[in-house]
Design a protein around this ligand. Structure first.
Ligand SMILES: Cc1cc2nc3c(=O)[nH]c(=O)nc-3n(C[C@H](O)[C@H](O)[C@H](O)COP(=O)(O)O)c2cc1C
Length: 195
């Protein structure tokens, strides 16, 4: 089971305040992208760079990464708030969410958003199933800092967004949370039957 949400738990989690990343990918049928906060540096060896990203199974971008074993991660500047609505609040199954973006290909062929403040072109090295998400361990094949600006964090997002944007994001996050909650509970029942 999931636990009851408490104010203390929420306050503690808010301190983590992750950066926002745009994650893109492409397979033989199309391309797409989403916004993710489940991203981490996964290596301390400068010449063996690795990142980790958790992508929920229901997303179009998850299918693209599964099919292609490649993706690109991008840090957003604080002026790129609209990227969150374009990539993080609707599915790219029926539309090309990257149509309005300037894109390039580096090493893997995953779409690089050239207006980002930094980008990481990555190949999947390993995957770990956690019920709601696949956690991908990524080898970084190329990385570039494109702009000298601070990266947007989760807390910045809520401060900058207007009422309509907040409400759209809340609705989208709550829909994802409902799917994720059920998947986490089912995974726990299967993998940890004795609690
Ligand atoms: C602030 C924010 C953080 C998010 N973090 C994640 C995340 O870490 N992993 C994930 O799978 N989805 C995350 N999402 C949800 C996806 O970005 C969103 O559902 C997106 O519309 C999926 O698009 P797609 O189906 O075209 O891939 C986040 C959304 C927002 C707004």
């Amino acid at each position: 089971m999931c636990q009851n949400k408490t104010e203390q738990l929420e306050e503690a989690l808010q301190l983590l305040d992750p950066v926002l990343l745009a994650v893109t990918s492409r397979d033989e049928n199309g391309r797409g992208g989403l916004i993710a906060t489940f991203v981490s540096n996964a290596s301390i060896v400068p010449d063996c760079p690795r990142l980790m990203v958790g992508i929920a199974h229901q997303h179009h971008t998850w299918a693209l990464i599964e099919n292609s074993n490649r993706c690109a991660l991008h840090l957003l500047g604080r002026k790129q708030l609209e990227w969150v609505w374009k990539l993080g609040t609707s599915s790219g199954r029926q539309t090309d969410k990257l149509a309005d973006f300037n894109t390039a290909k580096w090493v893997t062929g995953a779409p690089i958003l050239t207006e980002a403040i930094a980008a990481f072109d990555c190949k999947v090295e390993a995957r770990f199933e956690t019920g709601d998400r696949t956690v991908y361990l990524l080898e970084v094949l190329e990385a570039r800092k494109m702009k000298s600006e601070p990266a947007m964090k989760f807390s910045d997002l809520w401060k900058i967004a207007n009422q309509k944007q907040r409400s759209l994001m809340k609705t989208s996050l709550e829909a994802d949370q409902q799917i994720d909650r059920t998947a986490i509970q089912q995974w726990r029942e299967q993998h940890l039957p004795n609690g």
